[in-house]
Design a protein around this ligand. Sequence first.
Ligand code: HEC
Ligand code: HEC
Length: 255
Amino acid sequence: MSFRPAGFRPAVVRYAVALVFALSSGAIFAQEAKNPAPAATAATPAAAEQAAKPAEATAAVKPGDVTAGQGKAAACGACHGMDGNSTDPQYPKLAGQSEAYIVHQLTNFKSGKRQNPIMLGMATPLSEQDMHDIGAYFASKSALPGVADQALVARGEQLYRQGDTSKGVPACMACHSIDGRGNPGAMYPQLTSQHAQYIEATLKAWHDGTVWGEDAHAQIMPGIAKKLDEKDIAAVASYVEGLHAAEGAGPSAAK
Ligand code: HEC
Ligand code: HEC
């Protein structure tokens, strides 16, 4: 397994990625097949970027195929678990996450909007079709339940279910749904059973100024995380990890 050096400049990466994407996209190959000449024009960054856009927008990509995805996901298992249930809590569980959200995040890593040197290396060789197939595979698996810290559950549940109007924090469940399964259509991810350590690290990064791109969608979580202090983050992260189990037997079942 080879990773890109961490010092890779985002601008260079974006250019290289646009080029790789344009050259590997089916739309370009189809064009080349009809007329071999335009291949030369794709070598300029502007042309490559322009060419990449329509390719992204077209319906050339088929919905993900679980069986094809299983093979393509073999390289991911070392960190995320073969069935998407990672054992090391620094790596997010992917099991049960929606195909749309997995594709969205892989695209973010590949474009450098979401910066992570490991995932840049993993996402760069993937085509859009690969991302859909892998996404479909992990979406077909179930996240193994985690456990919440009982000392943190009350505050975590309050934030998750009601938010905190005094701090301007909305209820998480408004978007991530009452059972934490999210909303694939709106690309709100599943949170239930996710490792608290990963949730906490992600919320802290947003709190401290990290963003995953400039679009409106990517502004939502940084805006919310800025209003949470460290204790809030620890509490809601722990609650979310135990959400799956809590639905059946925990304090939240009493409500
Ligand atoms: C060497 C370890 C490693 C391998 C191998 C790896 N990942 Fe990751 N992955 C990570 C880390 C670390 C993160 C968290 C990145 C961050 O904090 O932004 C991550 C995050 C992700 C996310 C975002 C999840 C979320 O909930 O936001 C997706 C999707 C993902 N990886 C997919 C994949 C796929 C698909 C593969 C295989 C092609 C893969 N990963 C291989 C380490 C790895
Ligand atoms: C208005 C809708 C909305 C609300 C309310 C909301 N979220 Fe989110 N959340 C999102 C969106 C959208 C994303 C995906 C971020 C992206 O793609 O840039 C997300 C992503 C996340 C993630 C990253 C998951 C992953 O695996 O990548 C975490 C953690 C999270 N939210 C926690 C929370 C918590 C905790 C709250 C409540 C304090 C909350 N969210 C409230 C919309 C919302």
